[in-house]
Design a binder for this molecule. Structure first.
Ligand code: PEP
Ligand code: MG
Length: 885
């Protein structure tokens, strides 16, 4: 039969799954010989059994009774004994900390009889009745289901009638009266009396704390923290010790070292004559822990010894809760301390320096998300107010600027030196100049892989998207949120790390870590700690890290950040701006000659783009992807154009032939599902001359760089293929152009040709495709879109929040790779691709390439590299290192 109860002497730190974090650590401290009040832990398994059947599992009551008897024997007192009662606490303790989310019941064992015994033993009647009324209140609400407001109301009325400003002004007689009132209230509300049998109090408390696992707030907390709902909580039953028995008693919290800097030495707060709850609640002012040295030197000395024991044992920063009961020190809790991102790096470096942990362990203790947070300017935490709106945190960092509602205004104001935030319902490629000019981008629609989000992340711009509370009025140049109307030019603040949008300017603090990556400057403190973690990650990682970059500036930045090449150079932005007319001309061309002329005009411009990027990445691979998005994206909006034409007609202006032709083309090319339409390789196969022009531009750029003495390493990547046939056809064309350019220039140009794997069919036929491909790069954005059948542009706003609420998935599959589905396709494609071509180089360039959890998966799947936006490169280096540990 299962064992449901463990004495503290039976458990240990590696049993957190069964005993919960708190129970496992109490057991560990007990085994280390530290002074832990006697107790036992009821397991998470008992909780799961209880919650699934609604009945107390067989044997549990007997086990609890046996452990209680042992505890009574060892402490020399019985639970609720009339003259000097043993009192117990019942506290939840799940595997993962859920602070304050579940119930706690203290002072179990107090009854009408034993309260007098406690008064005698403690020498304080007031203390005894105060403890008793607290028990009745906690038990009444948690176990018996009486609304806690009922008790609060009775307490307030009593204070009023006694003219007492707070609880401390109630005396023993008042509290004894309150106990009677509480008991009456319970009987009235529930029809049963407050139980006077201590064993019944204990048993029912345990079951009620189990049930609190499923309270509304606990469920909500788990969803936000991504803690599984089926873990259940353990319960720790422990002898009460009291820190509120006079000036020689007290409670405190302590850290084994400064949690912010990692500096050794005890650190914490102490509150004399108080229970632990009072310290945490912050109702009275605590004093620094060092004060305890003056107040109670022997306890302070013992505490320091215990802290040293714990840190040496856990080899990490520990935080603890302790209580001193009449000069005797008790350790009530310990755990490996929670820490900020900054502290994690500082601590890892400090512990490694002191030889307490190895460099591998130090690396394991920091993380990419923390690093990302450290790289962006942050709002001064003490200065943020209430947010106007909360959207999706799409690209981290903090920005302050004047709200603007269109691209032209953003550019105009930025050119005049003003800091601006571009606010749109959503963005399109047309908004690019505005996004470049702005400090931040806010959209009211769209998810984390919407255009705004992807582009902003690529540029390292702050972005909040899908902020649905924002009612954006583009014509009126204003938005309304939370009842506040913000007109164009009004300053707002945007937190891309939390998704919050604030009115006014929230003060900022700059990032020293970002400066270090940008300039190599800085060596002390945090920068040194980060640099050491990065150094070790680079030394141990197997995967390379490349960047998604499509301008020379981005490429140069990515290189400074440590990128080992470009994994995805999207060429679509090279078709925007003033080149648009040429693209239009190409699309509208009636004859082959017209088209060729347009392509010829585009060629030198493309070539210059590639020359710049190849120069910035000299000596490193640059994977250039042939044009991917549907061509109509380069034409004007259909509705706008139709309106313009109709207006011109109505005014009798006559329609321009060009506009009419354009509308005709737009209509012809219109698709209901452009994401599944004429894009990617399909475009290259039906638009004659396009592939050849792009490949010629690449090849000529290679020639130019070689002639300049450079070492250009261009690779040509074909997007969105379904079948090897598509790749074969494009490849033939590519090779022909490369041969032509080589022959004409006399400079040999050989570029590896590979493909993106971003459709399920491509993944499933990877063995065939590998025969024509020298490399694969997983486009996990499209692969996720097409595997799930979710539109990456619409889905997050449409129903993802409902899916997350219902627990259908814990995180968006566009953010973290879906291992079972999309991940399985990746694994199949890797295995079959490599079986067909052993030297096949394989990477990933979807947004997942910069996501810590996904990076661990890509490492395990055997990929050669990940590619992500330049600003994620340090994160990816760090995570690739951690994955290799
Ligand atoms: C992808 O689909 O993952 C990808 C990198 O291509 P894009 O985002 O440009 O469609
Ligand atoms: Mg794609």
């Amino acid at each position: 039969m299962d064992q449901y109860v463990y004495a503290f002497t039976e458990g240990g730190r590696d049993m957190a799954g069964l005993l919960g974090g708190k129970g496992a650590n109490l057991a560990e401290m007990t085994r280390l010989g530290l002074p832990v009040p006697l107790g036992f832990t009821v397991t998470t398994e008992a909780c799961r059994a209880y919650l699934s059947t609604g009945a107390e599992p067989d044997g549990l009551a007997d086990e609890i009774a046996a452990h209680l008897t042992a505890l009574e024997r060892e402490s020399g007192r019985r639970l609720g004994q009339a003259d000097d009662p043993l009192l117990l606490s019942v506290r939840s303790g799940a595997r993962f900390s859920m602070p304050g989310m579940m119930e706690t019941i203290l002072d179990i064992g107090l009854t009408d009889d034993s309260v007098r015994g406690l008064a005698k033993a403690s020498g304080s009647e007031r203390f005894a009745f105060d403890s008793y009324r607290r028990l009745i209140q906690m038990f009444g609400s948690t176990v018996m289901g009486v609304d806690s407001a009922v008790f609060e109301g009775a307490l307030s009325r009593l204070k009023e009638s006694r003219g007492a400003p707070d609880d401390l002004h109630l005396d023993a007689a008042d509290l004894a009266r309150l106990v009677e009132t509480y008991k009456v209230l319970i009987r009235e509300r529930t029809g049963e009396p407050f139980p006077q049998d201590p064993a019944e109090q204990l048993r029912r408390s345990i079951l009620a704390v189990f049930a609190s696992w499923n309270s509304e707030r606990a469920r909500l907390y788990r969803r936000r923290e991504r803690i599984a709902d089926d873990l259940g909580t353990a319960i720790n039953v422990q002898r009460m010790v009291f820190g509120n028995l006079g000036p020689d008693s007290g409670s405190g919290v302590a850290f084994t070292r400064d949690p912010a800097t990692g500096r050794p030495g005890p650190y914490g707060d102490y509150l004399s004559n108080a229970q632990g709850e009072d310290v945490v609640a912050g109702i009275r002012n605590t004093v620094p822990l060092t004060e305890l040295q003056r107040l109670d030197p022997p306890s302070y000395a013992r505490l320091r010894e215990h802290l040293a024991t714990l840190e040496a044992h856990y080899r990490d920063l520990c935080d603890i809760e302790f209580t001193i009961e009449r000069g005797t020190l008790w350790m009530l809790q310990t755990r490996v301390g929670k820490r900020t991102a900054e502290a994690a790096f500082a601590l890892a470096a400090a512990l490694a320096d002191e030889g307490i942990i190895t460099p591998d362990e130090a690396l394991a203790r920091v993380g990419g998300e923390g690093l990302a947070r450290l790289m962006f300017p942050r709002f001064d935490a003490s200065a943020v107010g209430v947010a106007l709106a909360n959207g999706l945190p799409a690209s981290p960092g903090a920005a302050v600027g004047a709200a603007v509602f269109d691209c032209a205004e953003a550019v105009r104001r930025a050119a005049a030196g003003e800091s601006v935030v571009l606010v749109r319902q959503e963005t399109t490629p047309d908004d690019l100049p505005g996004m470049v000019a702005a400090q931040a981008v806010v959209t009211s629609r769209g998810g984390k892989t919407s255009h705004a989000a992807v582009v902003a992340r690529g540029m390292g711009k702050v972005c909040v998207c899908g902020a649905e509370q924002l009612d954006v009025d583009l014509n009126g140049r204003r938005f309304t949120a939370s009842g506040v109307t913000v007109e164009e030019g009004t300053v707002i603040s945007v937190d891309g790390s939390t998704g919050a949008v604030y009115a006014g300017a929230v003060p900022l603090v700059d990032s020293v870590v970002m400066r270090y990556f940008e300039t190599g400057e800085g060596s002390a403190g945090l920068v040194d700690a980060v640099a050491r973690a990065m150094g070790h990650a680079d030394a141990v990682r197997r995967m390379e890290v490349r960047a998604n970059a499509d301008t020379p500036e981005d490429a140069a930045r990515a290189r400074r950040f440590g990128a080992q090449g470009i994994g995805l150079c999207r060429t679509e932005h090279m078709f925007l701006g003033d080149r648009r007319q040429l693209v239009e001309a190409m699309i509208l061309a009636r004859t082959g000659e017209d088209r060729e002329r347009a392509l010829e005009a585009l060629l030198p411009l493309q070539r210059q783009d590639f020359v710049g990027i190849l120069a910035a990445m000299d000596g490193l691979p640059v994977t250039i992807r042939l044009l991917d998005p549907p061509l109509h994206e380069f034409l004007p909006d259909r509705t706008e154009l139709a309106v313009r034409l109709a207006a011109a007609e109505a005014h009798g202006d006559g329609t321009s032939e060009h506009d009419a032709e354009l509308l005709d083309a737009v209509n012809r090319m219109h698709e209901e599902n452009p994401m599944l339409g004429l894009r990617g390789v399909r475009l290259g196969l039906v638009a004659p001359g396009l592939v050849a022009m792009q490949v010629r531009a690449i090849a000529e750029a290679v020639v130019e760089r070689k002639r300049a003495g450079g070492d250009p390493r261009a690779e040509i990547m074909v997007p969105l293929i379904d079948t090897v046939e598509e790749l074969r056809l494009v490849r033939e064309e590519v090779e022909q152009v490369l041969a032509e350019v080589s022959a004409a220039s006399g400079v040999p140009v050989a570029c590896p040709v590979g493909t993106m794997i971003e459709l399920p069919r491509a993944a499933l036929t990877a063995g065939d495709i590998a025969r024509e491909a020298e490399f694969f790069s997983f486009g996990t954005n499209d692969l996720t879109q097409t595997t799930w059948g979710f539109s990456r542009d619409d889905v997050e706003a449409a129903f993802f929040s409902a899916y997350l609420d219902k627990g259908i998935f814990k995180v968006s599959p566009f953010e973290t790779i879906d291992r079972e589905g999309v991940g399985r396709l990746v694994e199949i494609a890797v295995a079959e691709g490599r079986a067909a071509r052993a030297e096949l180089k394989i990477g990933v360039c979807g947004e997942h390439g910069g996501d810590p959890e996904s990076i661990a998966f890509f490492h395990a799947a055997g990929l050669d590299y990940v590619s992500c936006s330049p600003f994620r490169v340090p994160v990816a280096r760090l995570e690739a290192g951690r994955a290799a540990l």
